[in-house]
Design a protein around this ligand. Structure first.
Ligand SMILES: O=P(O)(O)OC[C@H]1O[C@H](O)[C@H](O)[C@@H](O)[C@@H]1O
Length: 560
């Protein structure tokens, strides 16, 4: 990876060239770039795997791209891609590969990792998942009192929640017909509020829980699972005339998904209700395997396989395309240019399709947990920026909320607009279809208008009369637009893989490890210490004045 040599990226020749080049472009407005280069759409747009990536509204020109390609070469991007996909130990701090791409290899592929072909094992885990899905879809999975299961609540957090939540919401239209209806829900927060809501509404006889945790040690998930188990036991063991054993209740109402079968067994998950995966799948990259169980439950296994195939198409493109044609590389380079050379450190994700409601939340983890790092892979502190602050919301709603800042605030922000070209063809009633298609056109018009206004500012108005200062838009905010031919399991798979690989390429250039998250660990450790003190089992006097005050306020509230 970067570093065939041990040079940090800011000492590479292309980095220096880009710094000088940025000075020449720093004050060139985007509208000037469009004025002087009318063929920017042709120059900066690429299409692959059902996606169109429009990078023409980035504040760059052909020379910028050439210098960025040189930077990527000097940083070792091509060999790093090879190392990632072939299963080298790219996660250096945990000394293991990062093989989420292996989860979407077709079954006739082979991938030998450290002497072992892992493709057969991957497909066996999918087959095992399929068996559970089929039982639930056939109405053959019965709860402890004998009733078929109607509700599945996924208990997980971070990577064991955000990916499945995002995808099940995005692909809800793809539910198979003619199956026993099973509704999927998600509870992640450790405070129990989401879970409490489900427990107040769902029938324990027809509800099962998926305990989804790579490590099977995450307190958030385990505390939700313990509450769910108590709820089931108190409702079901005394149900009817004959008592039902606690063992049967836990057996019939819990599935476990984890990289630690021992811990699942210890918790009480029955062997045949355990789905496993591997340490070499990072949590935030785990939706492609058994952690994707809720996705398969919503869309069916055939669509789940289409989803994997879409991601695999992007993997092949990533592996094979030249840098100048390579969508993930181009998207990554746009980010590097913005963060490190134009000093734009805020990035907004704006889908114009309600089905992508959770896409920004998913990307927040993917990008910021992966690349929110400040030491090199060799452990040296770095003195250049890495991951920008990334946040987002459905674009149409954000227009009525934070777009004001994008248009007239003082922060430079880069935006990703995401929208499907085709929508609503499947709506049966012709009148409703016509109205919904009009709404789709409205959404696209807004999506295209916003990126244009961000680029041109008030020059987007044809009537160029004088405007008072408070109505001036300066424009010049760069953006990317990603169009999906339509939102399908396959194109969503490609879209996610596009961002995964973008994150990887940026990490290579920044010379950081995108596959660990040590910063999260410290918080967990300190929370455990703090909980002891809150529970009167630790030494309050060790605490700083603020933390002490907060704990005392809580204790005082308990006395009221
Ligand atoms: O799947 P789990 O082991 O429960 O982990 C859930 C989440 O916990 C964390 O704190 C990590 O930062 C995430 O990367 C992970 O996805």
């Amino acid at each position: 990876m970067a570093s065939a040599s041990s040079a940090t990226p800011d000492t590479l020749p292309a980095w220096q060239t880009l710094k000088h080049h940025a000075e020449t472009l720093q004050h060139v407005h985007l509208k000037t770039l469009f004025g002087t280069e009318p063929s920017r759409w042709e120059s900066f747009t690429r299409q692959v795997a059902g996606l169109t990536l429009d990078l023409s509204k980035q504040r760059w020109d052909d020379d910028t791209l050439e210098h960025l390609f040189t930077l990527a070469s000097e940083a070792g991007v091509p060999s790093a891609i090879e190392a990632l996909l072939s299963g080298k130990r790219v996660n250096v701090s945990e000394n293991r590969p990062a093989l989420h791409t292996a989860l979407r290899l077709p079954d006739d592929a082979t991938l030998e990792v450290e002497g072992e072909d892992i493709v057969a094992a991957v497909h066996e885990s999918l087959a095992q998942m399929e068996r559970l899905v089929s039982r639930l879809h056939a109405g053959q999975w019965r709860g402890a009192t004998g009733k078929p299961i109607r509700h599945v609540v996924n208990l997980g957090v971070g990577g064991s929640d955000l990916g499945p939540l995002m995808v099940t919401h995005a692909l809800a239209d793809f539910r198979p017909k003619d199956i026993h209806p099973v509704e999927v829900h998600f509870a992640s927060t450790m405070d129990g509020s989401q879970l409490a809501d489900y427990l107040s509404r769902l029938n324990p006889e027809t509800t099962i829980f998926v305990l989804s945790s790579k490590s099977f040690t995450t307190i958030d998930t385990l505390s939700n699972a313990n509450t769910a188990r108590e709820w089931l036991l108190s409702r079901l063991t005394q149900h009817g005339a004959t008592p039902i054993s606690a063992e049967l209740v836990v057996r019939q109402h819990f599935i476990g998904v984890s990289a630690s079968p021992e811990k699942m067994t210890e918790w009480g998950i029955a062997d045949d209700h355990q789905l496993t995966f591997w340490e070499w799948v990072g949590g935030r990259y785990s939706l492609w395997g058994t952690i994707g169980l809720p996705i398969a439950l919503v869309v069916g296994m055939a669509n789940f396989r289409e989803f994997l195939a879409g991601a695999h198409a992007m993997d092949r493109h990533f592996a094979e395309a030249e840098m100048a044609e390579n969508l993930p590389v181009l998207l990554a380079l746009a980010g590097i240019w913005n963060v490190n050379f134009l000093d734009i450190r805020a990035h907004s994700i704006l889908p114009y399709d309600g089905r992508l409601e959770y896409f920004a939340a998913y990307l927040e983890q993917l990008e910021m947990e992966s690349n929110g790092k400040s030491v090199t892979r060799q452990g040296q502190p770095i003195n250049y920026s890495t991951c920008p602050v990334l946040w987002g919301q459905l674009g149409p709603n954000a227009q009525h909320a934070f777009y004001q800042l994008l248009h007239q605030g003082t922060q430079p922000v880069v935006c990703d607009f995401i929208a499907p070209l085709k929508r609503y063809d499947e709506v049966e009633d012709p009148d409703t279809r016509r109205h919904l298609k009009t709404q789709h056109r409205l959404a696209l018009a807004n999506c295209f208008a916003q990126s244009r206004v961000l680029m041109l500012g008030d020059d987007a108005l044809e009537d160029d009369g004088p405007r008072p200062e408070h109505k001036r838009y300066r424009g010049n905010q760069p953006s990317t637009t990603v169009l999906l031919d339509q939102l399908t399991p396959a194109t969503l798979g490609s879209l996610i893989a596009l961002y995964e690989h973008k994150v990887f390429v940026q990490a290579v250039i920044w010379d950081i490890n995108p596959f660990d998250q040590w910063g999260v660990e410290l918080g967990k450790q300190i929370a455990t210490d703090t909980q002891k003190i809150i529970d009167h089992e630790g030494d309050l006097s060790r605490m700083d004045a603020s933390s002490k005050g907060l704990i005392e306020a809580f204790w005082a509230s308990e006395q009221e």
